[in-house]
Design a protein around this ligand. Structure first.
Ligand SMILES: CC(C)(COP(=O)(O)OP(=O)(O)OC[C@H]1O[C@@H](n2cnc3c(N)ncnc32)[C@H](O)[C@@H]1OP(=O)(O)O)[C@@H](O)C(=O)NCCC(=O)NCCS
Length: 198
C-alpha cells in the first residue's frame, strides 16, 4: 500500500478538519477530560489562520484519498536569559478505518525529516507516551525543561534534531502557541461545527 505524504493545500482544509474531528471522537475520549467534546479540528483551523505560528502542515494520501494529517507550530523554551525556538506538533490524526496501517508512522517520520530540513533544532510537544517513543522521543525532563507550571510527566516529550541543541535549555519553561491560551469551551466548538460541519 503506497502512502503519499505531501504539504497540505487549501483544498484539503475541510477534509483535514473532518478527519481530525472523527479521529479525536474515539470511545472513552470524553471520560479523559477536556471540554467534553473533540476540539482538535478547531485548533487546526485556528493554527492555519494565526500569523507566523504555522510551521508545517502535512497530509497523508492513500489511493488519492486524504486519510491523515499532522500540523506543526512554532514554540519556544524560555530560560532566565534565553529564548530557544523549537517546533511543536499536534494534532496528528488518521481516519479510524485507516489506522494501524502505518499512516501515522509515515506522517511522523516525514514531519521529523521536514522539520530538520527547515532548520528546527528540536521538537517538544504533549502527546501519548505509549505512541511516540518509537520515533525517538524522550521525556522533556531529560533536558531539564518543564511545562509552564514547572511540571514534568510522561506526556511531555521532546527530541533534538540538532545534537546538543537543548543543552542550554536546562531550567527552561515550554511556551506553545497562544492558541492554547484561548478560552475554549463547548459552545465555541459547537458554533464552529454548526458553521463548517452542519
Ligand atoms: C495516533 C494515530 C495518529 C496513529 O496513527 P496510525 O496510522 O494508526 O499509526 P501507525 O499505523 O503508523 O502505528 C504504528 C505503530 O504505532 C503503534 N500504535 C499505533 N496506534 C497506537 C495507539 N493508539 N497506542 C499505542 N500504540 C499505537 C503500534 O505499535 C503500531 O504498530 P502496529 O500496528 O504494528 O502495532 C491514530 O491512532 C489516531 O489518529 N488516533 C486518534 C487521534 C489521536 O489520538 N492522536 C494523537 C494524540 S497524541
Amino acid at each position: 500500500m503506497g502512502i503519499l505524504i505531501r504539504t497540505e493545500l487549501e483544498e484539503d482544509y475541510h477534509r483535514v478538519e473532518e478527519i481530525t474531528r472523527i479521529a479525536f471522537s474515539y470511545p472513552g475520549r470524553i471520560e479523559q477530560g477536556g471540554i467534553g467534546c473533540p476540539y482538535e479540528h478547531w485548533m487546526v483551523h485556528e493554527l492555519r489562520k494565526r500569523d507566523g505560528i504555522l510551521a508545517l502542515s502535512l497530509v497523508a494520501e492513500l489511493d488519492n484519498i486524504v486519510v491523515g494529517h499532522i500540523i506543526c507550530s512554532k514554540a519556544e523554551v524560555r530560560t532566565i536569559d534565553r529564548v530557544i525556538p523549537v517546533l511543536n506538533f499536534g494534532p496528528i490524526s488518521v481516519m479510524p478505518e485507516y489506522q494501524r496501517k502505518g499512516v501515522g508512522k509515515a506522517l511522523m517520520n516525514s514531519m521529523i525529516c521536514k522539520a530538520k530540513t527547515l532548520g528546527f533544532g528540536a521538537i517538544l510537544f504533549f502527546g501519548r507516551p505509549e505512541y511516540y517513543p518509537q520515533f525517538g522521543f524522550k521525556e522533556a525532563s531529560l533536558w531539564g525543561i518543564t511545562d509552564l507550571n514547572g511540571q514534568n510527566y510522561p506526556a511531555f516529550m521532546g527530541m533534538e534534531l540538532i545534537p546538543g541543541y537543548l543543552a542550554c535549555a536546562n531550567g527552561g519553561k515550554y511556551y506553545e502557541s497562544s492558541i492554547y491560551d484561548d478560552d475554549l469551551n463547548r459552545e465555541k466548538v459547537k458554533a464552529f461545527d454548526d458553521l463548517y460541519f452542519a
